[in-house]
Design a protein around this ligand. Structure first.
Ligand SMILES: O=C(O)c1cccc(C(=O)CC[C@H]2O[C@@H](n3cnc4c(=O)[nH]cnc43)[C@H](O)[C@@H]2O)c1
Length: 211
């Protein structure tokens, strides 16, 4: 099953699968589950409860750390990390794991091999799940310092990962970079190009995961 946040991402993935030689479109359930980890977790869990699946993929657009990649690159998670789930205080932020409440880091299936998709680089590393999209250099620097292996951020991966784990299933997260993580610059977002990358990556992603 592939879980996106919004319909445009779901449709892009479907468009990509429609071109597959083997009938991947029939083999893959595509779900637009909503924006944010809570919406993603609820939608994923509700769907997983209805029928069995082999693997769950969180897919969509996301922000890329500019020193790790560029716009329209494909980001592949090696780990999915809830980056701002915790508590702030005078000594700084502590994750819920550091507070003794749970797990904020989930190992991900990173499909191999995933070679450049129509000229776009494939960048592997940690993908951060945030509740608030980064909009300042300070926030980007804070995330970078806490997560040196992070390649990008989005808002749903951890929710999908938690739901998949509840059903004993492996999870992957794939993001096509629509924007840079840093000071807010909405005019610089390249959502159309990112959706094209997502469409072109759909078949290699699913072949990499399903074999
Ligand atoms: O308007 C803004 O400044 C802004 C900043 C970050 C995120 C948003 C969204 O509306 C994101 C909603 C949607 O897109 C994914 N996404 C894409 N890029 C990012 C990002 O840099 N940080 C977090 N989420 C991102 C996200 O997964 C949501 O599904 C607006």
């Amino acid at each position: 099953m592939v879980v996106t946040a919004v319909e445009a991402e779901r449709a892009a993935f479907e468009r990509g699968l429609a071109g597959s030689a083997r009938d991947l479109r029939a083999a893959v359930t595509l779900l637009a589950g909503g924006v944010g980890a809570a919406m993603a977790a609820a939608a994923t869990a509700a769907t997983l409860a209805r029928e069995p699946y082999d693997v769950v993929v969180s897919a969509g657009i996301g922000g890329v750390f500019p020193e790790r990649g560029g716009l329209a690159d494909l980001l592949v998670a090696e780990r999915i990390i809830a980056a701002d789930l915790g508590a702030d205080g005078p000594e700084g932020f502590r994750s819920v794991t550091e507070l003794g409440f749970g797990v904020t880091v989930v190992e991900a299936l990173a499909p191999h091999p995933l070679t450049p998709v129509n000229g776009c680089e494939v960048v592997r590393g940690d993908l951060l799940t945030v509740n608030t999209g980064t909009g300042t250099a300070d926030r980007a620097a804070w995330l970078r310092a806490r997560h040196p292996a992070a390649v990008g951020e989005a808002m749903e991966g951890y929710g999908v990962a938690v739901a998949a784990a509840r059903f004993g299933l492996p999870v992957a997260e794939i993001r096509a970079a629509s924007n840079l993580v840093g000071p807010r610059d909405r005019a610089a977002w390249r959502i159309g190009e990112a959706l094209d990358t997502l469409a072109r990556a759909a078949v290699p992603i699913m072949e990499g995961l399903l074999g």
